[in-house]
Design a protein around this ligand. Structure first.
Ligand SMILES: Cc1cc2nc3c(=O)[nH]c(=O)nc-3n(C[C@H](O)[C@H](O)[C@H](O)COP(=O)(O)OP(=O)(O)OC[C@H]3O[C@@H](n4cnc5c(N)ncnc54)[C@H](O)[C@@H]3O)c2cc1C
Length: 491
């Protein structure tokens, strides 16, 4: 039995802690915040309840697998609700498109708004599925660490994952209507990247949502963080909240323990860091444990985009909103140029609204709505100044929602809270406020994410959305699996 310390109780840290405890190790999680979840969090005020991070769950089988490995059943911990209407899209010209889990119902919608693309829709989903089949074993489920992992790569498959063109170019070639083009380009933002820069391999994401399904969790997505914490506790994991790790210590490039914010020295056999990889290599490994090569690498990698979030408790219900609703900007290309080239918040952003009170009326007082509003925002740069910008930007978004049919929204608000990219750094130490780790804005960036085990320091493993295979709930859980696999190989 080894003594293991996990830094951070985000989804990656919680998953790794449970897997390690299930194997009989003694595991302590140290989390700087007051509760578990990291970017998966919740906010309650005056009878309104909001998820403040993820709102859509995909690939639930990854979690079923995790709970199964720990000898438990996911369904005993959370109640997964498959969404019939996955998302409602409002285009700038007023056209509405409802996307359903039922492919035939979605096709009826496409025949209504873009009949010229209905055949292409089916063909494209077939192409997305092939990319999924070719990348799952080679990339997602492969720790990609040692020679044997790379030997398992199927190079013939990798040549067929459409990496030589961008998402946008492939989508434009396949679809004729702007409605379908914008629809398929949006999925790239699920990993915080730009469809105009990212390789078409990311067309794997529509398969995950449209074919494998989109899910909500009864009680809100935060119930998953609570479930993972409960799982860990039942397996004997010790959780220490409101404490941070200041430094990872060791000798001869081998981890020996950590020093906490209060100066306490804790010894252990291995550290699993769920702190952002940039934070781990730049701030937690110093002095004799510094890894200059990795530090340079993580600081050079382009972060994913960040997000600007409004939590709005409104005393109204809005008929134009489903559980998930998107209001597209008028100029999608310009929006992404603003985000990744000019590094400024867009003045005409695509606005995402999650309204869980649509599915669970108890998340808002009777007759009212709890709106989680998210727009993509650039990661932090030296010029970012969200403190002076945030109120004006919130107002701009509320006004745009009013113009898009949420009449009287501003006057109806009983609760309003803002989360900026700067908060994502302050609250969770996310590198430059990014919400999905590094971006996939070039052909190879997905393969350049930090590995789940440090190469130059023995006993240090990394998990979380900033590490291989990437951000989002299921990939973060896979990162924990890989870190634990690599730990087992060593022990
Ligand atoms: C607004 C938003 C919307 C999103 N929407 C979705 C969605 O719909 N679907 C989806 O699948 N994903 C979504 N995501 C992404 C998803 O939330 C993340 O990929 C995932 O939660 C990241 O988990 P993580 O393991 O990387 O940990 P993080 O959430 O980054 O947590 C790391 C934890 O480590 C702690 N920590 C850091 N440094 C230290 C230290 N030195 N000492 C102690 N503790 C430390 C932090 O406080 C934090 O709690 C969204 C994210 C955001 C922010």
């Amino acid at each position: 039995m080894k003594k293991i310390l996990v830094i951070g109780a985000g989804i990656g840290g919680l998953s790794a802690a449970a897997l390690l405890a299930a194997k009989g190790h003694s595991v302590t999680v140290i989390e700087r915040n007051a509760r578990a979840g990291g970017k998966m969090n919740e906010f309650r005020r005056d009878g309104f309840r909001f998820d403040t991070g993820p709102s859509l769950m995909t690939m639930p089988f990854v979690l079923e697998d995790l709970f199964g490995t720990c000898g438990k059943k996911l369904s005993d911990y959370v109640n997964l609700i498959p969404l019939d209407q996955i998302c409602r899209y409002h285009y700038a010209d007023g056209t509405i498109f409802n996307c359903y889990a039922d492919r035939e119902k979605t096709l009826q919608e496409i025949r209504r708004i873009a009949p010229e693309d209905s055949d292409a829709y089916i063909d494209f989903l077939g192409y997305c599925e092939k990319i999924y089949e070719r990348t799952t074993g080679s990339f997602l489920e492969n720790p990609l660490y040692s020679f044997s992992d790379f030997r398992n790569l199927n190079f013939a498959d990798l040549l067929k994952i459409d990496a030589l063109t961008t998402v946008s170019k492939r989508v434009d070639r396949v679809f004729r209507s702007d409605y379908m083009r914008m629809f398929f380009k949006r999925f790239t933002t699920y990993n915080g990247s730009s469809p105009f820069l990212a390789p078409a391999t990311l067309n794997v994401i529509p398969h995950v949502e449209l074919t494998l399904g989109g899910y909500y969790l009864n009680g809100g997505l935060y119930s998953l963080a609570e479930a993972l914490e409960r799982l860990g506790s039942e397996l004997g994991v010790e959780f220490r909240y409101n404490e941070s790790v200041r430094q990872i210590t060791g000798k001869d490039r081998t981890v020996q323990g950590v020093i906490t914010g209060t100066g306490e020295e804790i010894t252990c056999d291995a550290v699993f860091s769920n702190s952002d990889a940039a934070e781990t290599y730049s701030h937690l490994l110093t002095g004799n444990m510094a890894d200059r090569r990795m530090r340079r690498k993580v600081e050079k990698a382009e972060p994913s985009c960040s997000g600007f979030v409004l939590l709005l408790g409104s005393d109204r219900k809005f008929d134009s909103l489903g559980h998930h609703t998107i209001f597209y900007s008028g100029d999608y290309k310009k929006e992404f140029d603003d985000l990744f080239v000019h590094m400024r918040p867009s003045e005409d952003p695509t606005i995402y609204v999650a309204n869980t009170s649509h599915t669970e009326p108890g998340h808002a007082p009777a007759g009212m709505s709890n709106l989680f509003v998210l727009v993509n925002a650039p990661y932090l740069t030296a010029d970012s100044d969200w403190e002076s910008q945030k109120d004006g930007y919130a107002l701009l978004i509320i006004k745009q929602l009013e113009q898009r049919g949420l009449t009287g929204l501003g006057d109806s608000l009983r609760v309003q809270s803002i989360i900026t990219p700067a908060d994502f750094y302050e609250n969770y130490r996310s590198n430059r406020g990014s919400i999905y780790g590094t971006s996939s804005n070039d052909r190879l960036s997905a393969f350049r994410r930090p590995a789940n085990k440090a190469r130059s320091i023995r006993g240090l493993y990394l998990t979380g959305g900033s590490t291989h295979p990437g951000g989002g709930i299921p990939l973060t859980v896979l990162s924990a699996r890989h870190a634990v696999t690599l730990f087992q190989r060593d022990n």
